[in-house]
Each structure stands twice: as C-alpha cells, then as structure tokens.
Design a protein around this ligand. Structure first.
Ligand code: UD1
Length: 448
C-alpha cells in the first residue's frame, strides 16, 4: 500500500535552553529531524510533509537540504498534535493510502518498526511501548487485544494512570479516514489542545478497528533536553557499533568508535580505538583505520591504511592501497593507488598520481590568503621531506624534489628540483660564537 509521511516538528523545545529549535540539534552528525526523515524514507513514501512552526525557516532549510521533495507546511500556533496534522492534510490532497505520523524529535524508531506499522491491516495502528516510568505519556486503553482509546495523562483517572502501555505518538491511519477523524477533533480537554490521540476513540465509535504495534521503549526516546540528546547519541552509537560488527567490520574497542548517521564501512575493515566519523564517509572492504583518526566527507578504498592520528577532511579520496600515516591531514585531494603519505603532512586541493611517495613534513601551500590553488603531482614521483609545494604548481611523473625545497615552479617529468640555499660550513666558528656569548653573559651577571 502507498504511504505518506507527516512529521511533526513545530515545537520549540524550551527545555533544550537553546536558540536552535530542538529538531535541529545534531545527533551523529545530522539534525534530529533528519533521523526521523531517514527512518520514514525507508517506507519509500509517495509524499513527505513536515509541519514546522518554531524557527520554521531554519527547519525548512534543514529538511529541504536533506530531501528537496519534502514539503514543509507552517503551523503558526502550536495548538496540539491534532491541529498540527490538520495543517499537513491539504498537502496530502489526492493521496490515497496509509499516512504515518512521526515526531521530528524522536530519532530512534527502527525502519522495521515503521514497516510493521505500515503493514498493519487495521484502520488505525498506534505504536505503543511498555514504559518503565510512564510519566506524562498518553496511556493506551485496550479491550482484549484491541485498542479502544488513548487517554492523555492530564485527563486520566488514577486507574488509567496505572496503565504502563503508553503511546509513542507514532500512528498509521488510512488517508480518507484520517481526514474525517481530524476534521472532527475538538480542544475540549484539560490542556485545551487538539489531541491527535482522540482519533482512536472516534474511530472505535464508528466500529473501525484500532491496533497496536509494540516496540522497544528505547526506540521512542524523544529529544526534549540536552540530557536526552546525549542519551539518544549513546543509543544511536551503540546500535551503529553492533550493526557494523554484524556487517563484518572489526572494532577493536567498539565503545570508543563514533559513527555518523550515514557512515558506510565495508566488510573485513578493521577500525582501531578512538576513531570518529563525521558525515559522508565511505570505507570499502579490507581497509584499516588505526587509532585516533577523524574522518569526514571522504572515501577510503579497499586495502588502504589510515592513521594513527590522521585527519581526512571533505573531498579526501583514497584509492586502493593508499597509506596515510600519523599526523597527516588530507582535504579535497585525490590520492591514486598506492600513494604513501607517511608522516606530518598536509595535502589540500591536490591530485597525487599512483605510487608517489610524499616525504615527511610536505605541505601543499594551497591558500594565498584570498584564493585556493591546486597542486598536481604525477605518478611514481618522490617528494622529498619538508617540501613546500606553493600552489598552483605541478610536479611531473617520476620527478624528484629535494628535501627542504620550496617549489614555486612546475617540475617536468623525471626532473630533479632543488629549491633551497646551499649549505655553508665554517670550521670552528660555532665554538668561537659560544665562547663569546658565554663571556658576555658572565660579564652581565657580575654587574648585577
Ligand atoms: C504526545 C501524545 C502522547 C504521547 C507523547 C509521546 C498527544 C495529544 N499526546 O504528547 O499521547 O504519549 O506525545 O511523546 O498527541 N507538535 C507540533 N505542533 C503542536 C504540538 C506538538 O508540531 O501543536 C509536535 C512537537 O514538536 C513534538 C510532537 O508534536 O515533536 C509531540 O508533541 P508534544 O507536545 O511533545 O506531545 P506530548 O504532550 O508529549
């Protein structure tokens, strides 16, 4: 059956104590909202509608940056979850199928859980969970194994408050039915809000069946506070580590590896302790990431070895069997097969041909204070230690730069470039200088 998503993201999140709306705080490198959108996208929805309100412009930008087909509608005043859904319905005009309502601040729902919800044959299916501490959640009131109604905490009796089966807020409803039920909502309740949850009792009154899909409580964690944001991060990372290991990745110290929302790592890759992935990293099979690396927006091919203590920034492309060693930073640079950059180097805005060796301390001087410039190095070249490559500059295939050179002009293929001053050695002069300096110091001390 066709599906459409409504993601509620109008709330402010006062308890975050932040200028940023709560759905834009980052979890594993992406706004919390993007996590909800990503999980929702696993259903391959025909349409996605996001309800924004607080800081709507910023929320719209983040949503569109992730999925430009998503539609954003504005809920000017937050009058309740039912009112929020009502704002989204015009954008679903003409859609027939299941509408799934998600919260933009609830990032950990599993795709499998949403799939179960979408496949449920009932007119309304609510995602429920057994709460260890039900607090102020809405309670699911059942008769036998069927859902009868949802009662909000504020309006619940003591007996109802004792129920631990709670509403996650996620619900799947057949589209025509949702339109009718939302149109019938009122705000005649303890909070004076339009409760989306009232649609269950209204549907039951019409003899329509309502069902519950139960999920793990951990999936329903909402991000309302910084503490919950940290809890969600921990839960995300725990899950990502297990998934990586299940996919055949070795993590020497899993609890010290941090993945981003979109990290992809191939089978038989080994990741050492204390490795952090920013967004946009793909690592092919059989690579090795040694301890203490920070990787972002880069691609690491099969058999490559990175670290320890390496930083790969956006646009770093490592071909097969490349070796990037300790204290090396690579940005917007393509390293062809078998390139070696072993130690203490910076390569930015560069292309390095296959099997070229970059000596320790090499720097591509890519920025003149105004513009960025490129460095091109051919295949099988040898860049001597401590070479400064003042871009724009080209070093040909098979060329050699002498240690300590400042290369400001192109070097042809197979040429040797030496760009440093000649050594001058003056015998005995060091001893003379030291004696002079010591004598001057002793004189000064006597005078004091
Ligand atoms: C809601 C449910 C409750 C459930 C709980 C789970 C209702 C009436 N109650 O309560 O049964 O146990 O979630 O967390 O639905 N939002 C808008 N516009 C609004 C109001 C809310 O976009 O006018 C968004 C919020 O930003 C948030 C989500 O909807 O992402 C839930 O709103 P919230 O006020 O947190 O609902 P609860 O009172 O927690």
């Amino acid at each position: 059956m066709a599906t459409a998503l409504i993601i509620l993201a109008a709330g402010q999140g006062t308890r975050m104590n932040s200028d940023l709306p709560k759905v834009l705080h980052r979890l594993a490198g992406a706004p919390v909202l993007v996590h909800a959108m990503t999980t929702g996208a696993s259903l391959e929805p025909e349409r996605t509608v996001i309800v924004a309100g607080h800081e709507a412009e910023a929320v719209t930008r983040a949503a569109k940056a992730h999925d430009d087909t998503a539609e954003v509608v504005i809920q000017a005043e937050q009058l309740g979850t039912g009112h929020a859904v009502a704002q989204a319905l015009p954008a679903l005009k003409g859609f027939t199928g299941k509408v799934i309502v998600l919260y933009g601040d609830t990032p950990l729902i599993r795709p499998e859980t949403l799939d179960a919800l979408a496949k449920s044959p009932a007119g309304i299916t609510v995602l429920g969970f057994t709460a260890s501490d039900p607090r102020r959640y809405g309670r699911l009131i059942v008769a036998g194994d069927r859902l009868e109604r949802i009662v909000e905490y504020k309006g619940a009796t003591e007996a109802e408050r004792a129920v631990r089966l709670c509403n996650s807020g996620v619900v799947a409803v057949e589209s025509a039915l949702l339109n009718e039920l939302v149109a019938g909502l009122s705000n005649d309740n303890a909070a004076g809000e339009y409760y989306l949850t009232d649609i269950v009792a209204a549907a039951r009154k019409r003899g329509i069946t309502a069902d519950i899909v139960i999920c793990d409580e951990a999936e329903t964690l909402g991000v309302d506070t910084r503490t919950q944001l940290a809890q969600a991060e921990a839960a995300f990372q725990a899950r990502a580590r297990v998934e990586a290991q299940d996919n055949g990745v070795t993590l020497t110290a899993p609890e010290t590896v941090f993945f981003a929302f979109d990290t992809v790592v191939g089978r038989d890759t080994v990741i050492g302790p204390n490795v952090v992935f920013g967004p946009g990293v793909t690592v092919e099979s059989g690579a090795e990431i040694l301890p203490f690396c920070h990787l972002e927006g880069c691609h690491i091919s099969r058999g490559a070895r990175v670290g320890p203590f390496a930083r790969l920034r956006p646009g770093a492309e490592l071909a097969e069997d490349v070796h990037v060693g300790n204290f090396v930073e690579i940005k917007n640079a393509i390293l062809d097969e078998g390139v070696k950059v072993g130690h203490l180097s910076y390569l930015g805005d560069a292309h390095v041909g296959e099997h070229t060796n970059i000596g320790a301390g090499t720097v591509t001087c890519n920025y003149d204070g105004v513009s960025k410039h490129r460095t091109e190095i051919g295949a099988h070249a040898f860049i001597g230690s401590d070479t400064m490559l003042v871009a724009p500059v080209k070093v040909g295939a098979g060329a050699l730069t002498a240690t300590g050179s400042v290369i400001t002009e192109d070097v042809p293929d197979d040429a040797l470039a030496v760009a440093r001053s000649r050594q001058v050695t003056k015998s005995g002069l060091a001893r003379k200088l030291f004696d002079k300096m010591k004598a001057a110091k002793a004189k000064r001390q006597k005078e004091i």
